[in-house]
Design a protein around this ligand. Structure first.
Ligand code: AMP
Length: 114
């Protein structure tokens, strides 16, 4: 997708600190971390929001949970806990319109989120 920041990160046009890449999903460090661990997990395939995925994307999107578990283990977050967040739409705080999951950990979390 032209002019999509996260597509450019996924194809290497824009640099980022990539911490995971399996060909279909990548994860990289958030530039403005909101917790000691703040990673973004994205499908390389472009979807502007979660509402753009289709039934055929079930396996791809489901695999995000497995990658979140792998990255939580790598960052020693199993015991302390962590949060996996997806903002869908500007009303929910989405600012980059390429589906991404925030993996946040390393500090206490409050509920409900703001
Ligand atoms: P959201 O508000 O849910 O759309 O989240 C977008 C996230 O992308 C924010 O946490 C930003 O800090 C992060 N972000 C924006 N630009 C970059 C970038 N170039 N590299 C890494 N993270 C970014």
């Amino acid at each position: 997708m032209d002019n999509c920041l996260f597509c450019k990160i996924a194809n290497g046009e824009i640099e980022s600190e990539i911490v995971y890449n399996d060909g279909k999903l990548i994860a990289f460090k958030d530039v403005n971390p909101q917790a000691p661990t703040h990673l973004l997990i994205i499908p390389k395939k472009h979807f502007a929001t979660l509402m753009d995925i289709e039934e055929s994307d079930r396996e791809l999107m489901g695999s995000v949970c497995t990658v979140a578990k792998i990255l939580a283990e790598k960052n020693d977050l199993e015991a302390s806990g962590f949060r996996l967040v997806l903002n869908c739409g500007s009303g929910a705080g989405q600012s980059v319109f390429h589906v991404h999951f925030h993996l946040l950990g390393g500090r206490p979390m409050k509920w409900p989120p703001g």
